[in-house]
Design a protein around this ligand. Structure first.
Ligand code: BES
Ligand code: MN
Ligand code: ZN
Length: 502
């Protein structure tokens, strides 16, 4: 989608449809569009005075003009000014996308002004607005034969910003790059397991490496065996598709910090010998969402040239049953040297993450380790699809992440890491078992398992099983993979790199 800024000479602008936001508590037509007002039918004043239009979010009114350059205009409700925040911005721009689709237009113009930018935060406003336009525009049904009355894709958006500050062009460019990472994550997550194997994922990383100039380390099965990645390999045993651990590094300008992000990349999780029930098993093609989000974040961070180093690690496997598959009761030795009793082969995410976390900590020595994983069904019990669970070894990091989450609307909720929970992971024959001895607290016990594989680096774990693909549909976010975490991590890393408070 091309997004262009129009800051001056709005009178000269030609567009098939102009969308104009209206606040419900101060219904008025923007002064900067004065030249158009008298030519509209009905007149905006008539609409406002009629009482038929209350300017609630998603409420809209179509007006026509006798002015040839702008034949139609839609007054779009934005709700109350005191309730205007970045979530409302996303809803509004999502509604703009849906309106363009409704009128079957490939081109649309949207008016906005400084007084509508929450807290005057232009940079954040643009990232959220652009994402809200780009996310619904991404075609997720790419294997579907197009219907005959398919609306055209939205290819061109003009943003009419008469009072934008100087840096607006740079911020718009930045916003488009962040949104690119978000949609890359969603596109990857959306690929079914026959079209995206661990090897296919590695291919994609190689392709992007050329564009962004990352350093790349790829460990294949032979290397993994040689170096003792026993936990990761145990998960991969059942599949014909070989496992990989890929690690891509972005070196930012003037970088003072190195952050590592590890994403769970199970391209399909059947459960293995501890086979899952067939109902909804197809959803387990999304079990590489953590890796997809890590890749999307790496793209967003690289494209916007954030001044820090980012290491993104992708443990990639497929979890299938077979005559070679790991059995419940098998004992394996992890990269860290700790032995693991595999009680349940469906608790595979923690096994591959354990090895990846240990390796990245040792070899890359980051200042902070973050992992993202569709790790437990239990997190859906706890938080549903509206928030991800966050665990942090240091409170400061969690606070900073929460601040980023408030901007991106990707909600996080903390769960405890009390050591008593680790008692439930003790094995009589190995250093640790891979599931708890008792039902309950499945999200916490999984986190306690991971924690054993991080030695000393500050560590954050995000369990995104509930938010990676099943979030409620919105104008700005259709059903399917959400890309949850890309904007969140981008804001967090931006703030971390620039050392700003929020
Ligand atoms: N990938 C699943 C977790 C999951 C469940 C993600 C539902 C998205 C939706 C994970 O590998 C898994 O199977 N976890 C088990 C752990 C259990 C065996 C301790 C679970 O949550 O049931
Ligand atoms: Mn599983
Ligand atoms: Zn899984």
């Amino acid at each position: 989608m091309k997004i262009e800024l129009i800051e001056k000479k709005l009178e000269a602008h030609a567009t098939p449809l102009l969308l104009v936001p209206v606040l419900s508590n101060q219904m008025k037509f923007p002064a900067a569009l004065d030249f158009l007002e008298a030519k509209l039918a009905p007149l905006p004043q008539q609409v406002f005075q009629s009482g038929d239009f209350s300017a609630k979010m998603n409420e809209k009114r179509l007006l026509y003009t006798s002015e040839g350059k702008i034949p139609r205009l839609v007054l779009m409700g934005l709700g109350k000014s005191e309730e205007l925040n970045l979530e409302k911005v996303r809803e509004f721009f999502g509604a703009c996308f849906q309106t363009a689709r409704e009128y079957r237009l490939g081109k649309v113009s949207i008016y906005w002004e400084e007084s509508l930018v929450p807290e005057g935060k232009w940079a954040e406003f643009l990232v959220e607005a652009v994402s809200a336009l780009e996310m619904p525009a991404l075609k997720l049904g790419e294997w579907k034969t197009p219907g005959e009355d398919e609306p055209p894709p939205l290819e061109q958006v003009y943003l009419l910003l008469p009072d934008a500050p100087k840096s607006i062009r740079a911020w718009l460019e930045q916003a488009q790059k962040v949104a690119e990472g978000v949609n890359l994550a969603r596109r990857m997550a959306n690929l079914p397991a026959n079209l995206l194997t661990p090897e296919g994922f590695v291919e994609k990383i190689r392709e992007l490496k050329k564009q962004y100039g990352w350093k790349l380390e790829i460990l294949d099965r032979k290397e993994l065996e040689k170096r003792g990645f026993g936990a990761l390999l145990a998960v991969a045993r059942g599949s014909e598709n070989p496992p990989y651990l890929a690690i891509a590094t972005y070196h930012g300008p003037r970088a003072k910090k190195t952050v590592a992000v590890v994403g769970k990349g199970v391209t399909f999780d059947s459960g293995g010998i501890s086979l899952k029930p067939s109902k909804n098993m197809e959803e387990m093609k999304y079990d590489m969402s953590g890796a997809a989000v890590a890749l999307g974040t790496l793209v967003s961070v690289s494209a916007t040239r954030l001044p820090l180093n980012l290491v993104a690690a992708f443990p990639l496997v497929e979890n299938l049953p077979s005559g070679k598959a790991t059995r419940p009761g098998d004992v394996v030795v992890s990269y860290s040297g700790q032995s693991i009793e595999v009680i349940n082969t469906d608790a595979e995410g923690r096994l591959i993450l354990a090895d990846a976390l240990s390796y990245v900590e040792k070899k890359y020595q980051p200042d902070c380790l973050v992992d993202l994983a569709t790790l437990t069904g239990a997190v859906v019990v706890a938080l549903g699809h509206l928030a991800a669970a966050v665990f942090a070894s240091e409170e400061e990091h969690q606070k900073q992440l929460q601040q980023a989450a408030e901007i991106s609307g990707e909600r996080l909720w903390p769960l405890p890491l009390w050591d008593d929970y680790a008692e439930l992971m003790k094995s009589p024959i190995a250093d640790i078992r891979n599931i708890s001895t008792q039902p309950g607290a499945g999200t916490i016990t999984a986190a306690k398992f991971l924690q054993k594989f991080v030695e000393k680096t500050p560590w954050i774990h995000l369990d995104i099983a509930g938010t990676a693909y099943n979030m409620p549909e919105k104008n700005y976010r259709p059903k399917g993979p959400s890309g949850f975490g890309v904007r969140l991590l981008w804001y967090w890393l931006r703030n971390l790199a620039e050392k700003r408070p929020a």
